[in-house]
Design a protein around this ligand. Structure first.
Ligand code: FES
Length: 546
């Protein structure tokens, strides 16, 4: 959490700083104007503590994690993130000393004219600064991506964020280049910006020597801290006790005490899911612990929170957080290839019984869509239809569980109480009807007949969990009540309506059937008949004018 918070503070500074560079395409004066505005905060006492405190804490946490990471076997993205992060500080020190420290120690305000002029008088400095900009940005973008990809809304926002991730460094570099080009005549005139810059800054030799000492001291400090961390890590791995992990594959792995189960497994070359890179956020690394459970150290707060979120039973632990001191037997609960989509699924893969609303949605007469249409047009139409239904689910807190050719299964109540789930399901049905009509209006010229849907909704107990082939699991639900919802959807054809909803669902939602006809139907999986309502337009249940 602290790493995320400090990273976000530094990211806020970086984004502002890069946008400031981008103003170089306007003028150097515009850059200086924005810089003064940003400096009013970042150079104030609270801004200074926030920024440099965050930078130092972020770096310290990276060293701690490097120390605790007792194996350097890791996925490529984690390795890239670590290397880029460690490259930033030694590359940045000269820039910070030349700008911020010069101001702090001597009150010299190094404006954009001086710093850009100084850099552009040396092609090596231009390349260095540009590389630094790209490294900082890549580290930031990786960090944000691997943090947000576990959020349910991220896939929808990803194209916009990706465009911003490309655009911001591009315009920052364009601004830097434009500012350099505009200053070039002045640089040539004074025979090199370095002389021009130092004269303007009015620094004495002693002051300059002191700055050089600062720069060298900070650089040495960085390398010494890094070397000390690596040495401590190496010593810890070689001195001290070991423990054994008995993996469900039959392998027995010996690892030094202090190493996490995930590190031990990876070091042995066994693939294991780890979507968030060991930050106790995704829970994809979870394992069921057999022998040795009682002797495990208790879960720390971050692990305990993550396990509580997925309602994990007591014998489940996060492999990335758990550091055994004695032998344990473990079984991975997710396939090694589990990805962010699995991590975003709202529950536990072990399966649990829960009272939920199952809703089947079916596109009527979908086979006729293929008549006299190119396959491309049919796929386009179906994708438009599914996009609208998906938006309706999102707007009503529904979970898209399964695709069924020309329909889908949605679940309500995975994280809410049944009464609320019933209300949300009916809102979802109303929103689907509204979106379908809008889609029909926009496609009127292409459709012989408007698209129609049938919806079946029923509340009841079901088994929910992650299921399916090991390399493509989905989060879904099974049980008699799910089958009942499917049958209700099928009845919409016989009743000539859009929605068939069970009386239980309406009662639990506290919603009046609004004059919809009641039917007593027989469904497989139930001995007694089920009361259902055939609703022409789901919006009437909510009192929405049609
Ligand atoms: S790897 Fe994400 S919680 Fe363990």
């Amino acid at each position: 959490m602290l790493r995320l918070a400090t990273g976000l503070v530094v990211a806020a500074f970086v984004v502002g700083h890069f946008l400031n560079h981008a103003l170089g395409v306007v003028s150097v004066e515009a850059m200086n104007g924005m810089r003064s505005a940003l400096a009013a905060f970042w150079r104030s006492l609270p801004g200074t503590i926030l920024l440099y405190g965050s930078l130092a804490t972020h770096f310290a946490l990276a060293l701690v994690s490097l120390y605790r990471r007792s194996t350097l076997r890791m996925p490529a993205w984690e390795a890239a993130q670590l290397i880029l992060g460690l490259a930033i500080l030694p590359m940045l020190i000269g820039h910070v000393v030349g700008t911020r420290l010069t101001w702090t120690l001597y009150g010299h305000y190094i404006d954009y004219e001086r710093i850009v002029g100084l850099l552009w008088s040396d092609s090596g400095a231009v390349a260095w600064q540009s590389a630094l900009l790209l490294i900082v940005w890549t580290h930031l973008a990786f960090g944000v991506h691997y943090w947000l990809r576990l959020k349910a809304w991220y896939p929808a926002a990803q194209p916009i964020l990706f465009a911003a991730a490309l655009l911001i460094p591009a315009i920052a570099l364009a601004g830097f280049a434009a500012a350099g080009a505009s200053l070039w005549p002045a640089i040539e005139m004074v025979g090199g910006m370095q002389k021009y810059n130092l004269d303007l800054a009015g620094m004495t030799d002693a002051q300059r020597a002191r700055l050089v000492h600062w720069r060298e001291g900070l650089t040495w400090g960085f390398w010494l801290l890094l070397a000390a961390t690596l040495l401590a890590r190496w010593l810890r791995a070689r001195i001290g006790a070991t423990y054994q992990v008995r993996h469900s594959s039959g392998r027995v792995i010996t690892a030094p005490v202090g190493r996490t189960i995930l590190e031990a497994i990876r070091d042995a070359g066994i693939p294991h899911a780890s979507v968030c890179g060991g930050r106790a956020r995704c829970t994809t690394c979870r394992v069921r612990v057999g022998d040795g459970l009682a002797a495990l150290p208790p879960a720390r707060p971050a692990e305990a929170r993550a396990l509580a979120r997925i309602e994990a039973p007591p014998n489940v632990r996060l492999a990335c957080q758990c550091r055994p001191r004695s032998a344990v037997a473990i079984t991975p609960l997710l396939p090694p290839g589990a990805d962010a989509a699995v991590a975003r699924s709202p529950g536990s893969p072990q399966g649990r019984e829960r009272r939920i609303v199952a809703m089947f949605v079916d596109l009527r007469e979908s086979t006729q869509l293929g008549e006299r249409r190119l396959p491309y047009d049919v796929v386009f139409l179906m994708n438009q239809f599914f996009a609208e239904m998906y938006q309706a689910l999102r707007a009503s807190n529904g979970y898209y569980a399964q695709f069924r050719g020309d329909g889908l299964l949605a679940l309500y109540g995975l994280s809410t109480e049944p009464a609320q789930a019933c209300r949300e399901a009916l809102q979802g049905a109303a929103e689907m009807q509204r979106r379908l009509e809008a889609l029909n209006a926009s496609l009127a010229a292409d459709l012989a007949r408007p698209l129609r849907i049938g919806i079946g909704a029923h509340v009841g107990l079901a088994i929910v969990g992650t299921m399916g082939p090991t390399d493509a699991p989905i989060y879904s639900a099974i049980g008699d009540n799910i089958n009942i919802a499917a049958r209700l959807e099928g009845m919409t054809k016989a009743y000539g309506c859009t929605l068939v909803v069970s009386e239980d669902t309406l009662k639990e939602a506290g919603i009046d059937p609004a004059g919809a006809p009641l039917h007593r139907v027989r469904v497989r999986g139930r001995n007694e008949r089920l009361n259902v309502y055939a609703v022409g337009d789901p919006r009437t249940l909510l009192g929405i004018g049609v």
